[in-house]
Design a protein around this ligand. Structure first.
Ligand SMILES: NC(=O)c1ccc[n+]([C@@H]2O[C@H](COP(=O)([O-])OP(=O)(O)OC[C@H]3O[C@@H](n4cnc5c(N)ncnc54)[C@H](O)[C@@H]3O)[C@@H](O)[C@H]2O)c1
Length: 457
């Protein structure tokens, strides 16, 4: 008899065990502590680069009371004003980050400028003694990797956190814990895509053409590898627990003939130690996504192990994250009396799906967990909710957007000195991947990650 692909109640409880720990890890401070800080000891910060992402971050920061934005900076006045309006409270406005760093006695600086300016501003902020949160991808050029590692190494008391928010997601943390507990067996492959249709569109502007469309020009941008793959290859690194050995790839500028010079479609294969591989795609002519029963488009990752699969995505402001777990069909395993009892329990809780194996079990968050102290009614309600998750009627939600979690964690770390989950080493590894993936596609060869040590020195 083939092994059932339907997770047993015991599997559900195992996931529950993993998620409990993840929920605890995701919680950075208790609300009580946050309140005390809000009253007496807010972290003061400035945000540099108040464009699209900067305004998004300011909007989220405006709801976090452990910190207070006292200044904003942007070289483009309309965005500067929008940034100031988004955070409110009349922050002082600057067009040059060096003046801001000279004049403002802030604890921390958040940087959301285009990639080519990340290093210069991060370096100046660190030298000015500030804690730094910088958006991904952390740096642009090989020499910046070496220089930033050295500089940050000389300043161990200053926090340097990177905007890789999946690291702060309860779902992704749970996925990692499921892997560590062996629930997926041996994880051998990760597939990911971030496909769009249309992709980035060139915005017309006779004066600021390149600045406005910086993502489309190699002078300023690492293209799709930097803007999209950076998040998802970091997920593969995390789930495999290692960094790639080499990368091969094919990139093309085939469909967007509008003056840009970055690829409009890329395909990468990254080889990890122990034979693990990541396959990656970002195209701009079709956004179909085969994951999550076709309920989403564009982006997601598949984490494949010998015992199971996870389909996972971080979601957007208007679309929650999803994480589905599929048990791998395989040879029959001896069924113990305990397993038979579990199966009976599942049937009574209506958890067995009609189409076994065709639907994944959503990863749960803390509020869904059945605990020993639950009343009979509460426990039944939780099982009812699980049943609805299982049927696709309802999906579990993370307690909060990981962007909020990462920002809270950053502000908190400036006080506690706690090493960020998305720290400098992770950011530099991510930037290395971007630089070497682009090199592999440009030169049409296999590029080894060890090559970075000789580049830019
Ligand atoms: N973590 C994520 O999910 C995520 C999402 C989107 C963007 N990002 C990152 O955020 C960064 C910004 O992206 P964006 O979409 O907001 O770009 P954007 O072009 O909308 O905004 C960039 C802003 O920086 C300003 N700027 C440029 N040079 C500057 C300088 N020297 N000093 C001060 N301001 C300067 C520009 O005038 C502009 O307002 C990029 O690194 C991008 O990869 C991260």
């Amino acid at each position: 008899m083939a092994k059932s692909t339907d997770p047993t109640r015991r599997d559900v409880l195992k996931t529950a065990g993993a998620v409990t720990a993840a929920a605890a890890a995701a919680r950075v401070t208790s609300p009580a502590i946050r309140k005390v800080r809000a009253a007496n000891n807010q972290v003061t910060y400035a945000l540099i680069g108040t464009g699209s992402r900067g305004q998004y971050l300011l909007n989220h920061l405006s709801k976090i009371d452990t910190g207070r934005c006292v200044a904003v900076c942007d070289v483009y006045e309309p965005n500067l004003k929008k940034g100031a309006a988004t955070i409110g409270g009349n922050p002082r406005m600057y067009s040059d980050h060096r003046q801001l760093l000279d004049k403002e006695k802030v604890d921390a600086v958040l940087i959301a400028t285009p990639l080519y300016e990340h290093f210069r501003i991060t370096r100046d902020a660190l030298l000015a003694g500030k804690h730094v949160f910088c958006e991904k991808s952390l740096v642009f050029k090989p020499e910046e990797i070496h220089a930033l590692r050295k500089l940050a190494g000389e300043r161990p008391k200053q926090i340097l956190q990177v905007g890789l928010q999946r690291r702060y997601s309860q779902f992704y943390q749970t996925a990692k814990q499921m892997i560590d507990k062996g629930l997926l067996g041996k994880v051998t492959h990760v597939n990911a895509q971030w496909n769009r249709n249309p992709g980035w569109v060139m915005k017309p502007d006779p004066v600021r053409q390149k600045e406005l469309n910086w993502r489309l020009f190699r002078q300023y941008s690492g293209g799709a590898a930097a803007e999209l793959a950076s998040h998802q290859v970091d997920v593969a690194d995390w789930m495999f627990g290692s960094r790639p050995e080499f990368v091969s790839g094919v990139g093309g500028l085939d469909f967007s003939k509008d003056g840009r010079d970055v690829f409009d479609n890329i395909q990468l294969i990254l080889k990890y130690p122990k034979g693990q591989k990541m396959m990656y795609q970002a195209i701009s002519t079709n956004r179909h996504l085969t994951l999550f029963g076709g309920s989403r488009t564009e982006f997601g990752e598949i984490i494949m192990g010998t015992e199971g699969t996870l389909e996972i995505t971080v979601g957007k402001d208007n679309e929650p994250a999803i994480a589905l777990w599929f048990v791998e069909p395989g040879p029959a395993k001896p069924t113990s009396a305990a397993d038979k009892k579990e199966a009976a329990a599942i049937a009574s809780a209506s958890l067995t799906a009609a189409a076994a194996g065709s639907r994944g079990l959503p990863i749960m968050v803390s509020r869904d967990l059945v605990t020993g102290s639950d009343s009979f009614l509460k426990r039944e309600l939780k099982f009812a909710r699980l049943w609805m998750y299982r049927k696709g009627i309802m999906m579990p939600r993370e307690d909060q957007n990981p962007v909020d979690t990462q920002l809270e964690a950053f502000l908190d770390a400036t006080r506690t000195g706690k090493k960020p989950l998305a720290d400098i080493e992770l950011g530099l590894a991510d930037s290395t991947m971007v630089i070497l993936s682009n090199l592999a596609m440009d030169e049409g060869r296999r590029v080894y990650f060890s090559e970075i040590e000789k580049m830019g020195v």
